[in-house]
Design a protein around this ligand. Structure first.
Ligand SMILES: [Zn+2]
Length: 195
């Protein structure tokens, strides 16, 4: 595991999938890492839960420039946790926000109905996602992704994507080997976390 100081992201390779920075170093326990993006209310609840265990966190408003310029309230927060507390943070998050099973089944059906729209964009991001999943360039994503979505035991809606002009939400598909993040409107595969 490596850490990009620019993006505050954990990477599986020594090159950052987001910004392309190379020669990444391994993470230290105190490195603040991107944990999740959620609504302001959810972020506050999570912060309280973390505070009760003396776990520090950083909340950064996440809004598009357009919305900020219009003076609208920023609805989403990006949450950062120290590397050493990511696992505990996930347990607390799941404890508060884990959806009932029917939400998983509903979101699974939505994703599978739209599998023809599954895609990746961005040079660094698509290269990194394809590499993680072992899908060669120009090959269709669906044959590899379909079983991962079908076998997922937990799919949840993590709120509005602030950069999405059409109101897409983050759909997180939790699987045995991978966590996948989809846009609920464009069905772009935004992120893959290998376990
Ligand atoms: Zn980076």
């Amino acid at each position: 595991m490596y850490y990009c100081e620019n993006c505050k992201l954990l990477c599986h390779e020594t090159v950052c999938g987001e910004c392309g920075k190379s020669d990444l170093r391994p993470p230290l326990n105190e490195d603040f890492c991107y944990f999740t993006e959620c609504s302001e209310d959810q972020a506050k609840m999570l912060k309280e839960a973390l505070k009760s265990e003396d776990i520090p966190c950083a909340l950064i408003p996440s809004g598009s420039g357009v919305r900020s310029a219009l003076g609208l309230t920023l609805e989403n927060m990006k949450v950062y946790l120290p590397y050493g507390f990511l696992d505990r943070g996930q347990e607390l998050f799941d404890g508060i926000f884990l959806p009932p099973l029917d939400e998983t089944e509903e979101l699974k059906a939505l994703l599978l109905e739209n599998q023809e729209s599954w895609h990746v964009t961005g040079f660094f991001a698509s290269r990194s996602i394809r590499r993680k999943l072992g899908i060669p360039k120009d090959h269709d994503l669906a044959p590899t992704l379909r079983p991962l979505v079908q076998s997922a035991t937990n799919i949840r809606d993590e709120g509005l994507i602030s950069s999405s002009v059409v109101g897409g939400h983050y759909l997180i598909v939790k699987g045995e080997k991978y966590d996948l993040t989809f846009d609920s409107v464009s069905f772009e595969l935004l992120h893959v976390k290998k376990k």
